[in-house]
Design a protein. Structure first.
Length: 236
């Protein structure tokens, strides 16, 4: 029997996917009617949460203006990039979604997908790696001095920093590419717990899901003037 590596909490102190039973138990202990379940694969845990997250995602897609606090915007010359990955066993595809936030409050989204047989094994993690790589290249092409990548799978950062050893050819290529690009831009990472009502993390998740069905491979990196503004942030 496969070991349970992912714990999805649908009703608890915090909801989302957790990597250890201790983290999960902390969210459900003492919560009447707590709803949670363990899974061997992350996409299965996400699927367990899918009904409520899709409703939140639909609401996000209908919004054109976002209320942002001053700390939600990057400093001038920097880019915030929320990235996420998705996977469909039925389609045999992985996909990525990116949400870019500029210092003037403009917000852009991008997505893409792939079906490389060797990359399918890592499912949505492959998509999230693609998102991080696309975001870094996007920042460089558009002349940003720094990019902060917000992610929910730990390897996105730890394979690059060396905190985790890259054990597959795919993660080794990812780490080499990101380290190489970091020589031309200040690259930083911030972990965001999945499905915890973080606005742009949720939007990245939904954008990645769109990438599964609407994407056409990995798009070329666009310049800002080629992209459609998704929304604008008004600072509170």
């Amino acid at each position: 029997m496969a070991a349970k590596k992912y714990y999805a909490v649908k009703k608890g102190k915090k909801t989302g996917v957790f990597l250890t039973w201790e983290e999960c138990r902390a969210q459900v202990d003492g919560v009447p009617g707590a709803e949670y379940k363990g899974f061997a694969h992350r996409e299965e845990a996400l699927g367990y949460l899918g009904e409520e997250t899709s409703e939140r995602g639909q609401a996000l897609q209908e919004r054109e203006e976002f209320r942002l606090g001053a700390g939600d915007l990057p400093p001038r010359g920097a880019l915030f990039a929320y990235v996420d990955g998705s996977y469909s066993h039925a389609l045999k595809k992985y996909a990525f979604g990116c949400v870019f936030i500029l210092s003037d409050g403009r917000i852009y989204t991008e997505y893409g997908n792939g079906d490389n047989p060797q990359s399918l094994a890592q499912r949505n993690v492959t998509g999230e790696m693609l998102g991080a790589m696309y975001a870094t290249r996007f920042a460089i092409v558009n002349g940003f001095e720094a990019v902060e990548i917000f992610y929910d799978y730990e390897g996105i950062e730890k394979w690059v920093t060396g905190a985790w050893r890259s054990k597959t050819e795919l993660t080794q290529k990812y780490a080499r590419a990101m380290r190489g690009w970091s020589g031309g831009i200040r690259l930083s990472f911030t972990k965001v717990a999945a499905h915890t009502n973080v606005l742009f993390n949720e939007l990245a998740d939904q954008t990645a899901k769109r990438g599964l069905t609407e994407g056409n491979g990995v798009p070329g990196v666009k310049r800002l003037e080629e992209m459609k503004v998704y929304g604008t942030g008004t600072v509170e």
